[in-house]
Design a protein around this ligand. Structure first.
Ligand SMILES: NC(=O)c1ccc[n+]([C@@H]2O[C@H](COP(=O)([O-])OP(=O)(O)OC[C@H]3O[C@@H](n4cnc5c(N)ncnc54)[C@H](OP(=O)(O)O)[C@@H]3O)[C@@H](O)[C@H]2O)c1
Length: 382
């Protein structure tokens, strides 16, 4: 039998031969470490509500193929390159799939999801980093492995632990993405932030993150039932006066009037999917900001969005786009979670709704697409 942290010669990996073709599980050589890298055993890897759309080609994301797809994961370090200074075999880590150019951190790509927007990012992903985390083992840049305080996070509350499960830890991904955007726009204690749509995976996590950072939230969404569920849950956690809800009705005047009841907002955070093309919430939210308000656009709408320019100009508004987050944001979210400021598990309203081996990839992608609701999580346990 292999020693607990030794690498077997082969492992199982989910393989995408070509975008649009069915995936398959293959037994292949286990990735080997080289300087600057770590190999981790994948304990649990997350899915997106739109993972199926990425790999069947609907989303038109580019990826090198063949490849091992993937997403953020929780793993245990098994081997590290000779230049590693921090990790030891057995360490529990969060694996961040946002890979940056080492010689130019403004170049980025998402391992197993998207090869980025530049020639340089594509070169990086088509060579060294083509294989991601939907596998028993994954090789990652050392700096993409973030140490987790296992005793604190998984330990029993009677022993000073937070009592989370390994799967609970995956919820840090939907938290890190909006944290990146909210930090980029300088969200501050006591700011009032409009979050829209607040009923999806990243939007509902954005609500929790903003509240945990000391802001108050106006959550927008078109599905009134889900919106009320989000409002009610976080009102029970943070207090009724910290969160309000305003439905997206696609009537700008009505939305602006509803938002105005809570006074001018300081910040607007957008995390729309492509399907929200034409939704009025962006315009309504911008029209509802105070003088010197800030806007962070993280949504993935493919069509141009109408911006009320005169209002932006007269009110000195700042508009900032953000793709993903900074490295420091990952460490900061982990710190917030370990300190207890930012909750996971049931206190975050998050739960696993499906857990699959790699072989059941189709069922996993289908379930993730159906369960895009707040806090819902589908995972691979390779
Ligand atoms: N900038 C970045 O770094 C970054 C990172 C990750 C994701 N994203 C973007 O964020 C998007 C959301 O991701 P997610 O995982 O949160 O998706 P999700 O869980 O599928 O949620 C999508 C949300 O959009 C709402 N929505 C759908 N169609 C709409 C419409 N026509 N009008 C208004 N709202 C609508 C849904 O609400 P209903 O209940 O009304 O359907 C739901 O709240 C992704 O599609 C991606 O483009 C950006």
């Amino acid at each position: 039998m292999a020693a607990p942290f030794s690498l077997p010669t082969t492992h199982r990996a989910l393989v995408l031969d070509k975008i649009g073709e069915p995936l398959r599980v293959e037994t292949r050589p286990t990735p080997q470490v080289s300087p600057g890298t770590a190999v981790a055993k994948i304990l649990v890897a997350g899915l997106l509500s739109y993972s199926r759309e990425i790999y069947n080609g609907t989303r038109k994301y580019n990826l090198p193929t063949p490849c091992v797809p993937g997403n953020a994961a929780i793993g245990r370090i098994v081997a590290v390159g000779a230049d590693a200074t921090r990790f030891n075999p057995g360490d529990l880590v969060l694996i961040d799939i946002f890979i940056r150019g080492r010689d130019n951190p403004s170049i980025g790509a998402l391992s197993g999801v998207h090869d980025g927007h530049t020639e340089a990012s594509k070169r990086m992903m088509h060579s060294e980093w083509r294989d991601s985390t939907y596998a028993e083992y994954a090789k990652m840049p050392l700096e993409n492995c973030f140490p987790l305080n296992e005793k604190r996070l998984l330990g029993d509350p009677s022993d000073g632990g937070l009592g989370y499960t390994v799967e609970d830890l995956l919820y840090m991904l939907p938290q890190i993405v909006p944290f990146g955007g909210l930090r980029a726009i300088g969200l501050d204690v006591c700011d009032r932030v409009i979050i829209s749509p607040a009923t999806g995976a990243f939007g509902s996590a954005a609500v929790q993150v903003a509240l945990s950072m000391g802001s108050s939230v106006i959550a927008m969404g078109r599905n009134k039932e889900t919106l009320e569920a989000v409002r009610g849950f976080f009102a029970s956690q943070f207090g009724e006066d910290r969160i309000q809800a305003v439905p997206i009705t696609n009537d700008v005047q009505q939305e602006v009037e509803s938002l105005a009841k809570f006074g001018p907002a300081d910040v607007f955070f957008d995390i729309s999917p492509p399907q929200a093309a034409g939704s009025t919430h962006v315009k309504s939210a911008i029209l509802s900001l105070r003088h010197s308000g800030r806007v962070c656009l993280m949504g993935g709408q493919r069509e141009d969005v109408g911006i009320p320019l005169v209002n932006v100009m007269r009110n000195d508004l700042t508009i900032k786009g953000k793709w993903m987050y900074e490295r420091g944001d990952v460490a900061r979210v982990i710190q917030m979670v370990e300190s207890g400021v930012l909750k996971l598990g049931k206190d975050a309203g998050s739960r696993t709704v499906g857990r699959f081996p790699l072989e059941n990839w189709k069922e996993a992608f289908d379930l993730a697409a159906e369960h895009a609701g707040p806090g819902e999580r589908v995972v691979f346990t390779p």
